[in-house]
Write a protein that binds this ligand. Sequence first.
Ligand SMILES: Cc1cc2nc3c(=O)[nH]c(=O)nc-3n(C[C@H](O)[C@H](O)[C@H](O)COP(=O)(O)OP(=O)(O)OC[C@H]3O[C@@H](n4cnc5c(N)ncnc54)[C@H](O)[C@@H]3O)c2cc1C
Length: 396
Amino acid sequence: MSKCDVTIIGAGPYGLSAAAHLRTIAGLDVRLFGKPMSFWERNMPMGMFLRSGWDATHIADPAHALTLEAFQASSGNPFSKPVPLDRFVQYGQWYQRQALPDLDQREIVRIEASPKGFRVTLEDGESFYSHRVVVAAGIHPFAWRPPEFANLDPALASHSSQHRDLRRFAGQQVLVIGSGQSALESAALLYEAGAASEVAARAQHIHWLQGWASTTLHRRLGNIVRNLLYAPTDVGPAGISQLMARPDLLRKLPRRLQDKLRKRAVRPAGSRWLVKRLENVPIRLGRSIASVASIGERLKVRFDDGSERNVQHVLLGTGYSVDISKYPFLARELVQSIGRVNGYPILQAGLETSVAGLHILGAPAAWSFGPLLQFVSGTHFASRALVRRIAGETAT
Ligand SMILES: Cc1cc2nc3c(=O)[nH]c(=O)nc-3n(C[C@H](O)[C@H](O)[C@H](O)COP(=O)(O)OP(=O)(O)OC[C@H]3O[C@@H](n4cnc5c(N)ncnc54)[C@H](O)[C@@H]3O)c2cc1C
């Protein structure tokens, strides 16, 4: 059976960036698997715009050459801010062709520990050993559905990640649950597609980003003060943003403070540019779901304030809840030997789990390194940390 030094699972922003960085280590045999940018291409709605700002949307590469600007120049087709989803997908695929043309698009179906290293099995049955494994497989298996919706027909209730094209709901009454970007943008896209969309959420009010007060204040403060308050990574509000951009510092704080800051940095919020698009979409806040019942081809949703909605579909913009035991390719015994907290792996330097040689990047790394790791802008930190760890080992 063949053997390699490092296997990377997933060709989204984290896997691409990790592979491009690790390839700079002389003599290291790195193999990257997965369909490039497939989560963004298949599990986000057409017409979506990225919430992250331009500077926070480059996928890190070692030479700082594969930026959004470089992609624009090479495609000869400039695009606006906020970055449209389809252009971001094309950017990631361009990045892959430039830096990693030998990507293997096969799916990895199993990773297990063995005395010869990790045994990796591909969808077609091929197996090989790998000294290290880097999991950069994203959040798709972690889509969270409130228990009331767990056993309902997906034709009546579905998670936002199940849709690529919301135009299929044209002419229908659709209730969107949630108050974050995904729920709000889905409601806007549904309305624009001709559905009668409405939003319901537990939150008492919606947090709009880049509000009038903050925009005016920041304009008055000027670039120098703004740059002191906000890191280019664009995660978290003024001041906190700088701390979130430094995961190694954040990690040194007491756990309770880390948790508090993390919650504050990534609370559900909507981009300011959605406000106008939601003018005609009813938004009902401060209510939790009490019960759900299907009546023929409709759903009756009752809330804890006694109100009821009777709709043709419920779209769950309820986010993701990390639990690495849900990665279908990780052997059960392997998962059990990884130190975990609430589904998150406990990671050391180099984003390495308690199983030596097994690294996990992206959102599952957020418990250890903070919410930066949930976003594209965290690829800079993650890839450099990985290179430091692996290059260090190679050197010794
Ligand atoms: C609706 C929505 C909007 C978002 N908007 C933003 C935004 O504006 N800015 C931002 O920074 N972040 C945004 N995010 C967060 C975004 O998901 C992450 O920033 C980003 O996807 C993290 O990259 P990743 O490489 O960890 O995961 P992914 O992009 O999900 O990539 C993981 C890849 O692994 C592959 N894979 C999984 N299992 C296997 C396997 N067994 N074998 C081979 N390949 C496998 C998948 O196919 C996938 O391509 C958004 C998320 C959602 C849901």
